[in-house]
Design a protein around this ligand. Structure first.
Ligand code: ADP
Ligand code: MG
Length: 151
């Protein structure tokens, strides 16, 4: 079991796939921040949704919040590169591009799926968020919310 996995890096501009318009903004980590961790996760095979904790240094809120992370092949790079996009379950007042985001990945939720409708996609994401919140409520996972990595 590779978990928990710690990674951090400055938040990159994404590819404008309109996550924010769907109410689920996803902050992109730079490749060097997750390349080592992804080897442990065997992410090339295990694409999909992960969950854990996240914090953004210097954002308008600096608490540690639950997060859901989507790992997938990036069409922008002809599906030759994996990206990690993190949705933090907190309502930030301002964007935090360029700020350092710290993430602890505690587990895997599910593989990537194809969706025929936007409604089906959003419904699944809402379910993922519930699964993440439920799992993180266990003692051993909750302890990681105050992990020294976030100090
Ligand atoms: P992009 O294509 O640039 O990733 P998104 O529509 O996915 O654009 O929005 C992501 C950006 O929104 C993040 O980089 C961050 O600056 C901001 N943001 C605000 N709130 C959140 C949140 N709760 N989780 C993730 N990103 C957020
Ligand atoms: Mg995004």
């Amino acid at each position: 079991q590779p978990f928990p996995l710690r990674m951090q890096g400055s938040v990159q501009k994404g590819f404008g796939r309109g996550s924010k318009q769907l109410g689920i903004p996803t902050a992109n980590l730079p490749e060097e921040s997750y390349s080592e961790s992804f080897k442990l996760l065997d992410a090339a095979k295990n694409t999909g949704v992960y969950y854990g904790w996240a914090k953004v240094d210097g954002a308008d809120d600096e608490q540690v919040h639950p997060m859901a992370m989507s790992v997938g092949w990036n069409p922008y790079y002809k599906n030759e590169k994996l990206t990690a996009e993190v949705h933090i379950m907190h309502d930030y007042k301002q964007d935090f591009y360029g700020k350092n985001m710290r993430v602890i990945v505690t587990g895997y939720v599910r593989p990537e799926l194809d969706y025929s409708t936007l409604e089906a996609l959003i419904e699944d994401i809402e379910f993922d968020k519930k699964v993440a919140l439920h799992s993180l409520d266990r003692d051993s996972y909750r302890a990681l919310q105050s992990d020294s990595f976030f100090n």
